[in-house]
Ligand binder design. Sequence first.
Ligand code: PTJ
Length: 254
Amino acid sequence: MTDIPRSHPRYASLVARERVAEGVRRGYTSTQGLIAQGRGECFDYLIGERTTVAALEAIRAAAAMLLLAKRPALSVNGNVAALAAEEMVALAEALKIPLEVNLFHRSEERVKKIADLLRENGATKVLGEWPDAAVPGLDHARALATKGGIYDADVVLIPLEDGDRCEALVAMGKKVIAIDLNPLSRTAKKATVSIVDNIVRAVPLLTEQVRMLSGTPRAELEAMVREYDNQRVLREAVGEIQEHLKGQTEKSEE
Ligand code: PTJ
């Protein structure tokens, strides 16, 4: 990996870029993942590379939803593996559930490499290498899922997901939590809870919330989920981008 000096003003962003490039070199991230990363970087820049108030609200609702779930599932693709393998393992550990590798550009080799990476990072149970079910409405390889994992989950976390699959999971009656920097994406619009934040920042915050709320009475968690309004939170996410951009243009006029 290129050695990036910590003093570089775009340090975090450049490290993330290197990690995705490294994922491609090692064969667990798809080449298309580089394009997805570029799109993410662009939105992160517009957001101001910070976790917004809207994202924090979504993270809290997502934590409550995961804690209330009978069978929560966590999906991992090639970009997620590159950017947040260790953090996803910590989240799975906090919830005591397995992770499932679920790919858009599926190859068995990539699935195995990602599963191995998660295990190297301490995952005790990884699903996805032997899928035994299919999400209805999607063409073959992307539809593959595992019983006892994503296929029969009631709540699924899908970071950096494609809109079609998000929609197909919602159509199966699941509650879907998305992590997507683009508040205008189909995934963000279709998900039950959309965390408009960088996965690198969002997953550790989500794990922290899961730990903090783990002793909270169910009735309180249920109220948090009931009161959460994803459309409003998405509007607020867009509003926070607008405010940030306004601040930036005013600064450059000074
Ligand atoms: O590993 P695979 O085969 O499953 O493929 C994974 C990718 C990500 C390539 C695939 O799912 C894909 O093509 O995704 P999209 O349609 O490009 O959507 C990815 C979404 O994630 C976009 O809306 C990006 O803005 C967003 N995104 C990119 N990087 C980040 C991000 N969101 C949060 N954190 C990021 N670091």
